[in-house]
Design a protein around this ligand. Structure first.
Ligand SMILES: NC(=O)c1ccc[n+]([C@@H]2O[C@H](COP(=O)([O-])OP(=O)(O)OC[C@H]3O[C@@H](n4cnc5c(N)ncnc54)[C@H](O)[C@@H]3O)[C@@H](O)[C@H]2O)c1
Length: 246
């Protein structure tokens, strides 16, 4: 499905980003994995290369820092040739009720989740325009649509990603570039492992499919959006949530 495509995936060191890297590589893509945690990322990229036979490079970069992203993009283009698929996946939470939320918790979540998406897209889209082809897939969240008590910063950052995606989709549709967002519900990763048993039970009660999602549930939709089968889909939000939000 993705033979010889080159994918730049942020936050590829674990969780959903790691599953996306494995899924795209299994479909034939070479991978530039980007993360702030270089040790974990290197292990993942080595394993990926061994199991799929694709090229996989590990690059340390903070998506919230434009200079760091630019360097990562240059290194990818130098080593792999170009970038066909950008997956904006790196993201963090700093949950707190609004009255207790400090500026740092607000700023950090916006900087990494939303400005990070802007930074990577801006640094990569120029090459896509030149190639008159490209796929931009950004990981938003169900809470962008539903809201969530304790996550005003996170929900705002993810809703921002959706507005950003729709604008980019309109700006670059006639250059052969599509931009879509995926809004996962609650997925089994380190991010959700921190939830207490009671919160988890409460969540599962609200999911018609009665389970959290797997990272692969999200990665398979990324693979589809990156493929030729999705060439007429742009500016959309794909919900992957077991029916929790319809
Ligand atoms: N897990 C869920 O339930 C869920 C639901 C909806 C959306 N999401 C979104 O999916 C994405 C992945 O989530 P996850 O659960 O796999 O998270 P995770 O915490 O398991 O992994 C995130 C990865 O991003 C990396 N990262 C963090 N800050 C970074 C930065 N500044 N620059 C580069 N890399 C950075 C981390 O080192 C880590 O490897 C996030 O954007 C998250 O908001 C997750």
């Amino acid at each position: 499905m993705l033979k010889n495509k080159i994918a730049f995936i942020t936050g590829a060191g674990r969780g959903i980003g790691k599953a996306i890297a494995f899924t795209l590589a299994s479909a034939g893509a070479d991978i530039a994995g980007v993360d702030v945690n270089l040790e974990e990322l290197k292990t993942v990229m080595e394993e990926l290369s061994k199991t799929t036979g694709r090229k996989a490079i590990a690059i340390h970069a903070d998506v919230g820092d434009y200079g760091s992203v630019e360097t990562a993009v240059e290194e990818t283009v130098k080593t792999l040739g170009r970038i066909d698929i950008l997956v904006n996946n790196a993201g963090i939470t700093r949950d707190n009720l609004l009255l207790r939320m400090n500026n740092e918790e607000w700023d950090k979540v916006i900087r990494i989740n939303l400005t990070g998406t802007f930074n990577c897209t801006k640094a990569i889209i120029r090459g896509m325009v030149k190639n008159r082809s490209g796929r931009i897939i950004s990981i938003a969240s169900i809470v962008a649509e539903m809201g969530n008590a304790g996550q005003a910063n996170y929900a705002a950052s993810k809703a921002g990603i959706i507005g950003f995606t729709k604008s980019i989709a309109r700006e670059y549709a006639n250059r052969g570039i599509t931009a879509n967002a995926i809004a996962p519900g609650f997925i089994e990763t380190e991010m959700t492992r921190a939830l207490s048993g009671e919160v988890r039970k409460n969540l599962i009660d609200q999911i018609p499919m009665s389970r959290l999602g797997t990272p692969e549930d999200v990665a398979n939709v990324v693979k589809f959006l990156a493929s030729d089968d999705a060439s007429y889909i742009t500016g959309q939000v794909m919900h992957v949530n077991g029916g929790m939000y319809m």
